[in-house]
Design a binder for this molecule. Structure first.
Ligand SMILES: [Ca+2]
Ligand SMILES: [Ca+2]
Ligand SMILES: [Ca+2]
Ligand SMILES: [Ca+2]
Length: 415
């Protein structure tokens, strides 16, 4: 029914709207995966989710890796000052496994306050069923230390904690930011479009705006059987950040939270809020839920944006199937084998199994989204084809954090 309603609406708008040339659509709204996507999060880095990842462990496909990144653009020389985890924010993985838009499992993560630059913080990880389910099939609760950053030329080893009861592994620390994208190149291309002299060569800069910077990463590895539900091998992942409703400021300046938790940000399908939701609705989107999406609360805004970008009806339906009809979740098929990180692959590659099937750390999500948005016209996207830092071969798989440089001549930043 949703499909038919959406199709009818899409058709009505499509017939009323001028379709831009596929190669020369305005891309000013393309910014990044999800960082600084709304006014409520742009200057509140701790709650500002950047990217969401969900993939099968390439070494053992019976395990699923889930991850979220936030508070990016940490300069290596400031790793000690910025490399802490907020103790007043709830980080939540929402898992959907029954085929509708309602989450069925939660993984909640909170952090103890930082008491020393040389003592790790303690993360508390709680895996639970949805409220109202009388008997969740499985629950778990354990604690784990964060990985402390340092300013030496070599990054500290990643600290991974495995809970022997649940079989869940956990990591929290600074890593290389794995998102890669040329923000400036797109901006210049867009300027050329708006001035009436479209210049696709502006996309050939091939400079990764995120290169050389670190980001806060929470990663978990879980036995796939813990995530399966009545939808069988299909799961959906949505990440959220929440703060308590009330904040009381003590005389010493410290804020103490109380009351229930309110969602501030969410992140699943990359670039959806930044690219397709209009500025006036970005805070509303971050505060909304996948059931809201499935109720088509944002469908008309998304259709209007895609239509303005020249996206065809068939590609609008493809994208809506990813992020609208069943809620904005990153959907992963647990039965699709995965043997790598996706580095250098693209959606047109033979046997491609990455995003929008989940999202591997090396997947070029920008190029994949551009492929659909431009009706398959732009295949090479922004010409930034991979991350600048090598990914590691074992959990948590993210690249090691960039460290202060001994030789400034090798500064990897590419602004
Ligand atoms: Ca965000
Ligand atoms: Ca569900
Ligand atoms: Ca990077
Ligand atoms: Ca790219």
């Amino acid at each position: 029914m949703f499909y038919l309603r959406f199709k009818k609406t899409a058709h009505a708008i499509l017939t009323l709207t001028l379709i831009y040339g596929m190669m020369f659509m305005p891309l000013s709204v393309v910014k990044a995966a999800d960082h600084a996507d709304s006014t409520l999060v742009a200057l509140d880095p701790g709650v500002d989710l950047a990217d969401t990842f969900a993939f099968l462990d390439p070494n053992d496909n019976s395990k699923v890796v889930l991850a979220m990144t936030f508070a990016g653009f940490v300069v290596p020389s400031e790793a000690l000052n910025f490399g802490l985890f907020p103790s007043d924010i709830l980080y939540r993985f929402e898992i959907e496994n029954t085929g509708d838009a309602v989450p069925d499992r939660y993984i909640d993560i909170t952090f103890s306050p930082q008491t020393s630059r040389t003592v790790p913080q303690t993360a508390t990880i709680e895996f639970s069923g949805r409220k109202g389910i009388r008997k969740p099939p499985f629950s778990a609760k354990f604690t784990a230390p964060t990985t402390l950053p340092n300013l030496s030329p070599t990054a500290a080893p990643f600290v991974v904690t495995r809970d022997s009861i649940s079989g869940i592994s956990f990591f929290a620390g600074l890593t290389d930011d794995p998102f890669f994208f040329d923000i400036v190149g797109f901006g210049r291309f867009n300027t050329s479009v708006m001035s009436g002299t479209p210049d696709p060569t502006r996309l050939q800069r091939a400079r990764d705006s995120f290169a050389g910077y670190n980001i806060h990463t929470i990663a978990m590895e879980l036995p796939a059987k813990l995530l399966r539900g009545s939808a069988g091998d299909m799961i959906g992942v949505n990440n959220t950040t929440l703060r308590q409703r009330f904040s009381t400021r003590l005389d010493n300046g410290q804020a103490v939270g109380s009351g229930d938790y309110v969602q501030i940000d969410r992140s699943a399908t990359p670039a959806l809020n930044t690219v397709l939701i209009p500025f006036s609705r970005k805070n509303e989107y971050n505060n909304s839920t996948p059931p809201d999406d499935a109720n088509l609360i944002f469908a008309n805004s998304i259709i209007a944006s895609l239509t303005a970008l020249g996206t065809s009806q068939s590609n609008i339906v493809i994208l809506a199937n990813v992020a609208v009809f069943h809620g904005d979740y990153l959907r992963l098929n647990l039965a699709t084998p995965n043997t790598g990180h996706g580095v250098g692959e693209r959606i047109t590659s033979p046997n491609y199994t990455g995003f929008p099937n989940g999202r591997r750390i090396g997947d070029d999500t920008v190029d994949t989204l551009m492929y659909f948005i431009t009706n398959q016209a732009i295949v090479m996207g922004d010409n930034v084809n991979s991350n600048e830092a090598p990914l590691v071969n074992t959990f948590p798989f993210f690249g090691r954090p960039h460290q202060p440089l001994e030789n400034p001549a090798v500064d990897p930043t590419r602004n």
